[in-house]
Design a protein around this ligand. Structure first.
Ligand code: SAM
Length: 294
């Protein structure tokens, strides 16, 4: 705003600066790739060392936009694994607490932070903790993200309650979850040995603790929205006939982590077209939840 008494030029400059300060942080797909290269090296373009791939090029930009972040905000990232998403946010000036059950992955996060932190970055605090019992006081986090992590936690109802407990009223949680309208009887058939153990629930044979489940809208409301006393404010699917049916859950999956630039094209060209024109079930949904005020 130009105040009377200030020079119009300086006032205009201040207006630009303050409008920039007010703008929410955006992470485009290309910016995510540039961050991945800066954090993990050039080989990321050929083969990922973590879960960074097509899905993340869809999830990170959407999640960042939905979280409505500004520099200085605090985010709790649940089930971070060896993801560089917390570091990408820190590079935008956001403070991030990483919650991860696997101690080795938390060490990875710590080492990555020590090796790549820059002056002016937000803080990054990796924490070994169980998302079903967060060692965090009530109503302290204004933002929570959980990117492709909650489907791996058997006691997901406890996580839904914990998200509601630690989120501030009016705070935003962004979750990405595997989705289905009908019961799934197979997952990664002929690619990975997943055994169905309950409706929409699978365990990977021979891999301890590899649990995976799909959610219907009824499950999403029961497990996450109602316990968190939250309202769904935005959602978007991804992975329909082309990206999942012809690409991910087929033998082509072996190319999944190769040539990240092809994933950028799929994420920026094919994904929006699928969401616009393909009415089949998406593999995942991305959700923005706002905790209601008491
Ligand atoms: C697919 S990975 C996460 C992907 C990551 N968020 C990303 O953006 O690429 C799922 C992670 O959830 C973690 N996890 C599983 N159960 C958990 C729990 N109860 N509490 C916290 N983390 C958990 C796993 O150790 C694993 O690292």
């Amino acid at each position: 705003m130009i105040h009377s008494g200030t020079s119009p030029v300086r006032g205009f400059a201040q207006a630009i600066v303050s409008s920039k300060q007010q703008r929410h942080i955006r992470l485009s797909g290309l910016r995510c790739i540039a961050n991945e290269v800066a954090l993990n090296g050039w080989r990321m373009l050929w083969y990922t060392v973590n879960d960074f791939s097509l899905w993340r090029l869809i999830e990170y930009p959407w999640a960042t936009r939905a979280l409505q972040l500004k520099p200085g905000d605090w985010v709790l990232d649940i089930g971070s694994g060896t993801s560089t998403y917390p570091h990408m946010l820190a590079r935008e000036g956001v403070h991030v607490v990483v919650v991860e059950l696997d101690r080795q992955r938390v060490f990875w996060q710590q080492r990555k932070r020590q090796a790549t932190a820059r002056a002016g970055d937000g803080q990054l605090w990796p924490l070994v903790a169980d998302a079903t019992q967060l060692p965090i006081r009530d109503a302290v986090f204004p933002r929570i993200s959980a990117i492709s992590s909650l489907e791996h936690i058997p006691q997901d109802e406890l996580v839904g309650r914990e998200i509601g407990r630690v989120l501030t009223p009016g705070g935003i949680a962004v979750l990405t979850l595997p989705y289905t309208t009908q019961e799934r009887t197979a997952f990664f058939a002929d690619i990975k040995p997943f055994r169905r153990v309950a409706p929409n629930t699978f365990v990977q044979e021979g891999k301890a603790g590899s649990f995976f489940r799909f959610y219907t809208w009824a499950d999403i409301y029961r497990v996450y929205l109602e316990p968190a006393q939250a309202t769904l404010t935005a959602w978007c699917g991804f992975g329909r006939r082309v990206l999942n049916g012809m690409y991910h859950e087929t033998k082509r999956n072996r190319y999944w982590r190769r040539f990240i630039l092809k994933d950028w094209l799929l994420a920026t060209v094919v994904h929006p077209l699928e969401e616009r024109f393909d009415p089949s079930d998406p593999l995942y949904v991305m959700l923005a939840l706002v905790k209601r005020h008491p």
